[in-house]
Design a protein around this ligand. Structure first.
Ligand code: HEC
Ligand code: HEC
Length: 443
């Protein structure tokens, strides 16, 4: 047991590890929005183009700025930045009276055989906004029930359990619909995650299989097209998307209503006639060059360096291993040798995720399967940059639906394969728990 523990500690990179080519020690509001220090000069202008496309508000077509028009007809936000403020995370509304500003709701229906399909009228995502003349799809609201947890040292924590309701249907009753609310996750090291090979991800499944704890994650294999080999999904909260390019094109399509080569048709279903008849902003609205610029921008953002390690942080790092967090929140991986741009190749990345799906139990489940992931399976959330969350945005949420207002609340929602880790945190002494949280804040 002691030998296993020492082995685990060796897996966690020593505090303060920094690859100064690709990381930054900035811990200000701009911390997640800076380029990698070693970004080649030749890429600066494309990086800046990508930043503008990501930050700016898109406009309705036709317009005097045809490069950035085509918003909607149905959309959730005017810009990418709205849901990923400062390239960090969004949050959930605090009450049913408050609209979702950096959160969205995915939809599906099931048939008699239990197969899952996009909603026949509303599609796979509720678009709460629309251009003039087109009805919006409806409104989503979050309601909370409070649940309290008492920790071993007597501290009481109030958790809030969300449920989502839909109202104001623009195109007829929603019917029996499966919903999944999601806040915008932080966009750290997106290109590096894209540059990790399937084999590197699979190595960890072997490691987990050798553990006595019974924590074995599942790769989310995805087949983009019949003529392409499957690739492990790694983007999105259920790892339902395999490549960064696809993730970005889908975000433009679903969240802003901007078409691209991969999503050439507006996201209107057959019954949404005013949506289908609305003017287009181009064929497609997002050019290949624009997509490539956003991809480069998100890929070459500097990753945050962990804070300097103190005695308490070191002690917290030990708690992270002792509570078995480390089995899912894999401390380090190395990107593929042949990754492009070359700046991203063969880098050690300390994302604190195995990029695998884990059953997190009924309390976190959304009961809405997505591709091969079940309603209770989620991708291990990367923890890098966790301590910067509240630096880059005033108010943030944790977990897929932002129900947790603090990192401790997020830990206390862990169930299923992570139940023992959660229970270990509840049993910790005050000093152990504070050290664990200090370690997480140092990332
Ligand atoms: C309405 C809110 C919203 C807007 C607007 C939005 N996103 Fe997101 N974004 C999300 C959510 C929610 C997820 C997680 C989605 C999921 O797992 O299904 C996400 C995920 C992502 C991811 C993957 C992150 C990860 O950890 O895997 C990327 C990259 C991304 N968005 C880029 C963009 C870009 C580029 C735009 C603008 C075109 C954009 N987003 C606009 C809410 C938003
Ligand atoms: C069985 C795998 C597993 C174990 C063990 C585990 N986690 Fe997690 N963790 C996850 C998954 C999966 C998520 C995403 C859940 C969601 O979004 O609903 C997550 C999310 C989190 C988050 C929220 C991150 C964010 O960006 O919102 C924190 C913080 C966290 N884990 C910390 C810990 C700590 C600390 C431990 C040990 C006490 C731990 N986890 C143990 C799988 C695990």
């Amino acid at each position: 047991m002691i030998r296993l523990f020492i082995l685990l500690l060796a897996l966690i990179p020593a505090g303060g590890f920094a690859d100064t080519d690709i990381s930054s020690d900035e811990r200000s509001r701009r911390a997640l929005a800076l380029p990698m220090p070693a970004m080649p000069d030749a890429l600066i202008s494309q990086f800046n183009d990508g930043r503008s496309l990501f930050n700016q508000m898109w406009v309705i077509a036709p317009s005097t700025t045809p490069d950035i028009d085509g918003l909607g007809p149905l959309f959730n936000s005017l810009s990418c930045l709205e849901c990923h403020p400062g390239n960090g995370r969004g949050r959930a509304p605090d009450s049913p009276g408050e609209p979702m500003r950096s959160m969205l709701v995915r939809l599906s229906v099931t048939d008699d055989e239990g197969n899952v399909w996009p909603h026949p009228v509303y599609g796979e995502q509720l678009q709460e906004r629309a251009i003039p003349g087109v009805p919006a799809e409806g409104q989503a609201r979050v309601h909370y029930e409070s649940v309290s947890v008492t920790l071993a040292d007597g501290v009481e924590i109030e958790l809030r359990r969300p449920t989502i309701s839909l109202s104001h249907p623009g195109y007829g009753e929603f019917g029996d619909v499966l919903v999944s609310g999601r806040i915008g996750p932080p966009l750290i090291g997106m290109g590096l995650i894209d540059a990790i090979s399937d084999d590197t991800i699979l190595q960890w499944v072997d490691y987990q299989s050798s553990l006595p704890e019974g924590i074995v994650g599942r790769p989310h294999w995805l087949q983009a097209a019949a003529d392409q080999p499957p690739r492990i999904g790694r983007f999105g909260v259920k790892a339902g998307i395999a490549t960064l390019e696809r993730q970005i094109a889908q975000a433009f399509h679903e969240d802003l209503g901007i078409t691209s080569a991969a999503f050439p048709r507006e996201n209107c279903t057959a019954g949404q006639t005013a949506c289908l008849a609305a003017p287009s902003g181009g064929d497609p609205e997002l050019t290949e060059q624009q997509l490539a610029a956003v991809n480069l921008y998100l890929s070459l953002l500097a990753i945050p360096e962990p804070a300097v390690e103190t005695e308490q942080i070191r002690f917290g790092r030990q708690q992270f291993a002792a509570a078995a967090c480390i089995h899912c929140h894999r401390p380090a991986m190395t990107t593929a040798k042949d990754a492009v741009p070359a700046l991203l190749a063969n880098r050690q990345v300390d994302l604190y995720s195995d990029l695998l799906l884990h059953d997190m139990g009924p309390d976190l489940a959304d009961h809405r399967p997505e591709a091969d992931a079940s309603g209770s399976e989620w991708r291990t959330a990367p923890l890098w940059g966790l301590g910067l969350a509240e630096q880059v945005a005033d108010r943030v949420g944790y977990l897929h639906d932002g129900r947790a207002r603090t990192v401790l609340e997020a830990i206390l929602w862990h169930g299923g394969a992570a139940q023992a880790s959660r229970d270990a945190v509840i049993e910790m002494s005050t000093a152990e728990r504070e050290a664990l949280l200090a370690f997480l804040q140092s990332l």
